[in-house]
Ligand binder design. Structure first.
Ligand code: AMP
Ligand code: MG
Length: 404
């Protein structure tokens, strides 16, 4: 078991202890936002045939070599080819076919001219300038070449990939199953959001905070309920979570007080504790483990601590669980628009909002970065990392950060 590792080491350890969810085939129309579990190799050229991008005329460029305003060239129209039709005639010297957008280019033709650039009747088309071979033809394979790797396993299916799967005839793509992640709120002081807290009680914020975070990640949140601060109460629900879900996230009871019983409950169900505490602020208190190859993530009860640790430490492992191939956050440099007065003996995570001022990646800092101040996390989309041992940070300082 690691004690208080740095957050990078914690991430690595957790990543090596989670595997990806199982796979399933689902209808293409339900696949948006899911994670592809197969490499997508092009089986077909797209488009499959040379086609016209415009309404116009398909002809032989050679026939227009001497065309000019003074000496126009007139060609005989052999047929009209709408999209979806098949040409029946070969274009030979002196002839053309009327083509509509998406129509296959007939044999013999090597250029398309837009109808706006011509004069035409039902039977003839007249050209006033030479055309270049290949102009205005969308060639077979121009979008996708057969054999090309279009997407790797672990890619999130976005609109472009959904459409590309369709273009390849993949109507039931193989995707990772949506991981089920249990949420367990521990704390004898908690009541649900629709209850009126009695004396000494508080509403359970963490449940809803984590449900929202999990849904953004593409996980199904399964709420187990509130456990009072007893080892039996917590371990009973932990066991249920392990039995029913791929991972369990708890909040509360991971510090070192008399009523901090989540790690003891993890041990009581026979879990392997991987680490306790991470050298970071907020979010230092935490306990991670595994049980029956399920991932256990014990976060602080303080909402902002829990959320910071979730983003900084737990998220890569949860992303791997979803099957994503990119699970570590991409680092960016952010310019702080506001200073931060406190010293940072431990690595500190500042939450904030991206501001792309004049094309520079800037970050606006909510004033209160405290570990109980959940409201200041509203709208935050970036975290900046203040290295351990830093003094106060001036506005304008550049810090390493990552998007959340
Ligand atoms: P703990 O981590 O159990 O020591 O809790 C730290 C602080 O977070 C205490 O003030 C708790 O009352 C509070 N807290 C614990 N769980 C929740 C929760 N689910 N929602 C909001 N606050 C909580
Ligand atoms: Mg507690």
């Amino acid at each position: 078991m690691l004690e208080n590792p740095c957050y990078e080491r914690a991430r690595e350890l957790l990543l090596s202890n989670v595997s990806t969810a199982d796979t399933e085939r689902i209808p293409l129309s339900e696949c948006g936002g899911r994670v592809l579990a197969q490499d997508l190799i092009a089986q077909e050229n797209v488009p499959a045939f040379d086609r016209s991008p415009y309404d116009g005329y398909a002809l032989r460029a050679e026939d227009t070599a001497l065309a000019s305003k003074e000496h126009p060239v007139t060609l005989q129209i052999l047929e009209e080819i709408p999209a979806g039709a098949v040409p029946t005639e070969e274009i030979t010297a002196g002839t053309a076919a009327k083509v509509l957008t998406g129509a296959p280019i007939p044999q013999g033709a090597d250029v398309v001219v837009m109808y706006e650039k011509t004069e035409f009747t039902d039977d003839t088309v007249t050209l006033f300038a030479p055309l270049m071979v290949g102009d205005n033809i969308v060639h077979a394979g121009e979008d996708i070449q057969k054999g090309a790797v279009l997407a790797k396993r672990g890619t999130v299916i976005d609109p472009g990939l959904a459409g590309t799967l369709a273009a390849q005839g993949v109507s039931m793509p193989l995707v990772y199953k949506v991981p089920k992640v249990a949420i367990l709120s521990t704390g004898s002081e908690l009541v649900e959001a629709n209850d009126v807290p009695g004396p000494g009680k508080i509403r359970n914020s963490n449940r809803y905070m984590l449900e929202a975070a999990l849904s953004r990640l593409g996980c199904e949140a399964v709420y187990l309920g509130i456990a009072v601060d007893t080892v039996e109460g917590i371990s009973k629900l932990l066991m249920q979570g392990v039995a029913e879900c791929d991972a369990v996230i708890t909040t509360g009871g991971v510090s070192v007080g008399d009523y901090d019983l989540t790690p003891a409950a993890m041990e009581a169900i026979g879990a392997d504790i991987l680490l306790r505490g991470v050298d970071m602020k907020p979010g230092m208190a935490c306990a991670y483990g595994t049980k029956d190859r399920k991932f256990l993530c014990g976060l602080s009860g303080n909402p902002a601590s829990a959320l910071t640790n979730f983003y900084a430490v737990a998220l890569p492992a949860l992303k791997r669980l979803t099957g994503r191939r990119e699970f570590l956050p991409q680092e960016i440099n952010v310019v702080l628009l506001d200073g931060f007065k406190k010293k940072s003996p431990a690595t500190r995570f500042l939450r904030g909002r991206l501001d792309l001022k004049d094309g520079t990646v800037c970050m606006e800092l909510p004033k209160d970065q405290g570990n109980v101040v959940l409201s200041s996390t509203i709208g935050c989309d970036v975290m900046a990392v203040v290295p351990a041992g830093s003094g106060p940070i001036e506005a304008g300082a550049v810090l390493k950060g990552f998007l959340i």
